[in-house]
Design a protein around this ligand. Structure first.
Ligand code: XIL
Length: 365
């Protein structure tokens, strides 16, 4: 027990022969990984984070429902533990997320919507929450996803408009975004503030997102950058699909963070994400020919994406949504099925995708 505890981190993970990702990309962007505090302190995540990561995002514990327990009641313990772990290893922390259509607890919306003062009460609760949370982490978090997933998925939302028909939008209209960003800026003048979303590689979604962003910039809302989630799957997306989203951000003088990158090994049709899911691919098992082929295709895709990111100076942080394949949200989404979307396998060993990304001089094997 004691010997295992004292063994050098890299030797335990069996990865002492590989370069540290944070060093490989030091001149380009931070290398981030999303993790929960209880996962971060155990192998294999712990060793990988310490060696490779220059940024950590909380998968869960900085979302509004775990932190904002009730009006004026906060629970920062889990988030503080993750921040302490990161800081003790010289790793920066990205905050995720202050305002989202999901995970917004009912207490934000308590009261009678017919009451003339209802909207201003909801606004005050949002402002107070954002100010208190951002103040709590002032100087410890370098960037916040202030608003997550504000853009509509289809033109059907909000009368064909750009905004998602969220509870926030229903009560406060498009101003909820202004309110959240201005409160965050008031609480920490130095932290970078992001509008984070998915699907920006798709032209119609990108157009809705940029409509929102332009409205906010015109009004002087303090948006510093755009978060590109990039939950992808093999064959779904090319670097050429993503490039226009980075270019659109650059054209507005902002920076981009890749905030939630993972590449599912399943080439599912869109119907797999419907309720109920339809047409999802059957589970692939390690050791099978299908597994090896999927990992090869995944490596090629990771490589082309990192080539794109390094070609854009505006990309200042790249985070994978998870550390190693032992823990990934894609094991449960869109269906229960083991997935292998990250750079390290379930034992923490580097995958073909890692080698493709870390080897900056040769094409993917
Ligand atoms: C995911 C978490 O990883 C899961 O553990 C949780 O059950 C659902 O949320 N977009 C986001 C992230 O912005 O917060 C989501 O995280 C994944 C999709």
């Amino acid at each position: 027990m004691a010997a295992a505890f004292l063994a050098p981190a890299v030797a335990r993970a069996g990865t002492s022969d590989i370069p540290a990702l944070k060093d490989v990309f030091r001149d380009h962007f931070k290398i981030g990984m999303a993790v929960d505090p209880w996962v971060a302190v155990e192998p294999p995540a712990r060793d990988i984070l310490i060696k490779h990561a220059s940024s950590i995002t909380a998968c869960e514990v900085m979302k509004p429902d775990p932190m904002g327990v009730a009006a004026d009641i906060y629970s920062f313990g889990d988030a503080d533990a993750l921040v302490d772990f990161a800081r003790s290893h010289g790793i920066a922390v990205r905050g995720h997320t202050l305002c989202w259509h999901k995970r917004a607890s009912d207490w934000f919306f308590a009261g009678d919507p017919a009451d003339a003062a209802y909207a201003s009460r909801v606004q005050a609760r949002l402002e107070t929450y954002v100010v208190n949370v951002v103040s709590h982490f002032r100087g410890k978090v370098y960037a916040w996803d202030v608003v997550n997933e504000a853009a509509a998925d289809s033109g059907a939302d909000v009368g064909g408009g750009a905004y998602r028909d969220s509870r926030w939008h229903q009560v406060l209209g498009p101003d909820y975004i202004d309110i959240a960003f201005r409160a965050a800026r008031a609480a920490d003048p130095a932290v970078q503030l992001f509008l984070n979303d998915y699907g920006l590689e798709k032209p119609d979604k990108r157009q809705r997102f940029m409509t929102i962003l332009d409205e906010k910039l015109k009004r002087g809302v303090p948006v510093d950058g755009v978060g590109h989630q990039l939950h992808l799957s093999i064959g779904s997306t090319t670097a050429a699909d993503i490039e226009p989203a980075l270019a659109a951000v650059e054209a507005r003088g902002l920076v981009s963070h890749v905030t939630e990158l993972d590449i599912s090994v399943y080439g599912d049709p869109a119907s797999c994400w419907d309720t109920p899911p339809a047409g999802c691919q059957p589970e692939i098992l390690p050791g099978s020919a299908a597994y090896d082929a999927a990992l090869k295709a995944q490596a090629d895709m990771y490589r082309s994406l990192f080539d794109l990111f390094t070609a854009h100076k505006s990309v200042t942080s790249v985070t994978t949504w998870g550390v190693a394949d032992d823990q990934t949200w894609l094991d449960a989404y869109p269906i229960m099925r083991k997935n292998y979307p990250l750079l390290f396998d379930a034992q923490g060993k580097p995958k073909p995708a890692f080698r493709a990304v870390a080897d900056t001089t040769h094409p993917a094997e």
